[in-house]
Design a protein around this ligand. Structure first.
Ligand code: ADP
Ligand code: ZN
Ligand code: ZN
Length: 766
């Protein structure tokens, strides 16, 4: 067929295409196809000249009228993909995300694609090969391989079904052990990867008999599924909040609903917090169903990620388990999306393309019509508000499953008490009792390192980071001072940097110091410290957790890492040593986070048949938040907090956006935000003159633009940081204003001396 010469011509092939490139600009670029090139599909990649180099971009429109003089257009170098990378609904979601987050489409698409694809490689399988047991392998007794632990692991995994080469790599099985099993004739390989059609219903473990609340939840969610069988009768796919106290058996609910979905031949996507994606989590899903499970997380190599992505997209994988970015996985036939610990902060991306995976999941569900389950013991106030207004279904599990009993809560008033490395006499006595009774104790302290600062006893000098407005943390084990904001390190000085005195002392208890103190005080009870420093080595966290669960350690000391998901049947006492900081934080979400943390940490106690206790050490026992939490629990806290947010016009009863700017020169960062401020205000005024309603009933602007002001962490890694806040009582005017202004902001001359970014629905204000 002929190339069109004019745009209006019919029966010819279009010449001009529009491309989104991975550059920080919102505009798209037009290119010309050569006569030999086929017309690419929307969402396919092309290689084009850009400036003096080549770039891979995504086709966003074909047959367009060029935005510049057609004779100036450059030619496409190669068409990389004959087919779109994403199925249509996923493509629509990505377009929506770029406009909602006001982020350049090219960067959004590049972010959503696996890295190997970003670099222009064709998305092809390198490992369409799967491993399965031979007849001899199926007959062999696993225990006979006791002395070859690696081989035993592989055999045990394959007994649950064949695994693709990519899955074998994800599981980190030893290639040598695999080879040995093949040589023994126990395992064979096949050059094929079948599609997942329908789960055959084979369960690898016996499910629990559901308690009444679990049964209600499974029934309600199952009835809302958009499976081929249900399609005619279902009320349409639905969003569910599954609010269940820790240990109430939310996972059992997920698993039983998943069975329905898999049975209908549909896929399930499960998102978990970054810290929650442990081999135990994976095992809970793999141990139940004889169906292919794929795991996607940031620790994979580019090729591994791509292989997993392809298996999900093309329908080889039945269950896809991943962290935040797995929300961008295209799925052949998605039937259900589960977000476990939906309140967790890690679902929000904090740099670059700052999306919220939970919010994208809801949008995706509406477009593709599948059900979503948001599970948590401590739902975010956003989600609770949606449940209250009946936009989400609300299911509750109010009792612990099995024999586990509710946790007893108590407060230790620290005022005027003697403290021994952060531990009160009262706490020490209770610890002793629990330890002597043969149980485990967990101490929570969210500060790693030995101490939060080093200071001079003579002149008051403090060990500050040269590049940040923050103190450096003392790390005794590595003999260093470390900045937790920029990563700077130096040796612990012997003398004060100001007066030369050798009388240097530390302030602020860290986990290293606590570990040391505990070892002295309870020499007969082995303790372990679990934080980012102690678990840097790959597999170390797993080893510690398993040893702790086995009872090798009697005292567990940990940060945030220990707060989530783990199951320690013999922990009967949990204590939060120092969380008062959150009571005085300027961040309006600090109370919500403290409440969630408290409940999550408390949930580690008494998960088996023994009753657990949680003790909170505080200087503020009469603080309303502490009172509410300890006496009435999370639900009452959330109720009060939502009312407060509503009265104060804060999210979820308002929309926010945050501009951030940083520069090596203080004035440059501030000036840039001032220019953004002025541009936004001018746009608002102009919109008002054009008759669009830019002010509310009281004549105040619909969108308040607040700032610029210095960020709470006013300097980081040598750069000064400023913020500009946008606040509106609903989303629409806020997005209208940004929509009208973004192209103007890109060309501000002040942006040459400072970097800026925009955060929609910001979670973090540091
Ligand atoms: P959650 O995710 O809500 O914290 P889990 O799913 O981890 O809770 O369940 C806690 C424990 O209760 C697990 O050991 C699980 O096997 C067990 N459990 C779940 N449902 C039941 C049930 N209906 N009967 C008995 N035990 C159950
Ligand atoms: Zn000094
Ligand atoms: Zn620093």
């Amino acid at each position: 067929m002929q190339r069109c010469q004019k745009l209006t011509e019919e029966n010819c092939v279009p010449t001009y295409i529009r491309i989104a490139l991975p550059v920080p600009l919102r505009r798209k670029y037009d290119y010309m196809l050569t006569p030999e090139q086929p017309v690419p599909k929307l969402g396919g990649r092309v290689r084009v000249p850009f400036g003096s180099r080549d770039m891979v971009g995504f086709v966003v429109a074909v047959g367009v009228a060029p935005e510049i003089d057609a004779s100036l257009l450059r030619e496409v170098i190669t068409i990389t993909d004959a087919e779109p990378l994403w199925p249509e609904p996923m493509w629509q979601l990505l377009l929506w995300a770029a406009s909602y987050y006001h982020h350049p489409l090219g960067e959004v698409l590049t972010h959503a694609a696996p890295i190997a694809v970003k670099q222009g490689e064709p998305p092809s399988y390198t490992q369409i090969k799967r491993f399965l047991l031979t007849e001899a392998g199926a007959a062999v007794d696993i225990n006979s391989l006791k002395r070859a632990a690696q081989q035993q692991r592989i055999l045990a995994a394959l007994q649950k079904g064949a695994l693709s080469a990519a899955q074998m790599k994800l599981e980190e099985f030893s290639p040598a052990a695999l080879k040995a099993l093949q040589d023994k004739g126990l395992v064979e390989s096949e050059q094929s990867l079948p599609k997942f059609e329908k789960w055959d219903g084979a369960l690898l473990e016996q499910p629990h008999a559901l308690n009444p609340q679990q049964a209600v939840a499974v029934g309600a969610i199952s009835a809302s599924l958009n499976t081929p069988e249900q399609n005619s009768t279902s009320a349409g796919a639905k969003i569910w909040l599954l609010e269940g106290v820790t240990g109430s058996g939310k996972t059992e609910v997920y698993l039983q609903v998943m069975a329905e979905v898999l049975n209908a031949g549909q896929q399930v996507l499960v998102l978990v917090p970054e810290i929650g994606l442990t081999p135990q989590t994976v095992a809970r899903f793999r141990d139940r169903f004889q169906a292919p499970v794929i795991v996607l997380h940031s620790g994979l190599s580019d090729q591994e990620r791509l292989q997993g992505w392809l298996q999900a997209r093309d329908g080889h994988a039945a269950i896809i388990l991943g962290t935040r970015s797995a929300i961008f996985t295209p799925l052949h036939n998605l039937g259900l999306l589960i977000i476990d610990e939906e309140h967790d902060g890690s679902f929000k991306q904090q740099d670059g393309f700052r999306y919220n995976a939970r919010d994208l999941a809801i949008k995706r569900a509406q477009q593709e019509e599948f059900s979503v389950v948001l599970g948590s013991a401590t739902p975010s106030l956003e989600t609770l508000a949606n449940a209250r207004s009946k936009r989400y279904g609300h299911l509750q599990l109010s009792n612990r499953a099995g024999e586990a009993q509710p946790v007893k809560s108590g407060v230790i008033d620290l005022k005027a008490q003697r403290l021994h490395n952060g531990l009160s006499d009262q706490l020490l006595a209770v610890m002793q009792k629990h330890l002597d009774a043969g149980n485990q104790v967990l101490l929570f302290l969210n500060r790693r390192g030995f101490a939060s600062a080093l200071l001079c006893h003579e002149c008051g000098w403090v060990s500050e980071c040269h590049r940040c407005q923050a103190n450096m943390t003392v790390h005794q084990q590595t003999h260093t001072l470390q900045c937790h904001h920029c990563g700077a390190q130096r040796r612990i000085p012997r003398q004060c940097g100001h007066c030369g005195s050798t009388q240097l002392i530390t302030r602020g208890l860290g986990t290293e110091q606590l570990e040391e103190a505990i070892a002295k005080r309870f020499p007969d009870y082995p303790a372990v410290r679990i934080d980012r420093d102690s678990t840097r080595k790959k597999g170390q966290l797993e080893d510690y957790l398993q040893a702790a669960a086995r009872g090798d350690y009697r005292i567990l000391i940990g940060t945030q890492m220990l707060a989530k998901g783990h199951h320690f049947p013999n922990v009967t006492l949990v204590s939060l040593l120092d969380v008062d900081g959150a009571l005085f934080s300027a961040d309006f979400r600090a109370p919500e986070r403290l409440a969630q943390l408290y409940v999550q940490v408390a949930g580690r106690a008494g998960r088996a048949s023994k009753r657990g206790s949680v003790l909170l050490q505080t200087h503020q026992p009469e603080h309303p938040l502490i009172q509410e939490l300890v006496q009435n629990g999370y639900q009452d806290f959330a109720q009060t907090a939502l009312t407060e947010r509503e009265q104060a016009l804060m999210p979820p009863y308002a929309a926010m956006a945050l501009f951030r700017a940083e520069a090596t020169e203080k004035s440059a960062a501030e000036a840039l935000l001032q220019a953004i401020h002025d541009t936004l205000l001018a746009q608002q005024t102009a919109a008002g003159h054009n008759g669009q309603n830019a002010s509310n009933a009281y004549g105040a602007p619909e969108v308040a633009v607040i700032g610029p002001m210095p960020a709470p962490l006013a300097r980081r890694a040598g750069r000064f940081r400023y913020q500009l806040m946008l606040h509106a009582t609903s989303r629409a005017p806020l997005h209208r204003l940004l929509q009208a202004s973004m192209h103007l902001l890109e060309t501000l001359p002040q942006a040459r001396k400072a970097r800026w970014s925009l955060d929609i629905d910001p979670q973090d204000f540091t």
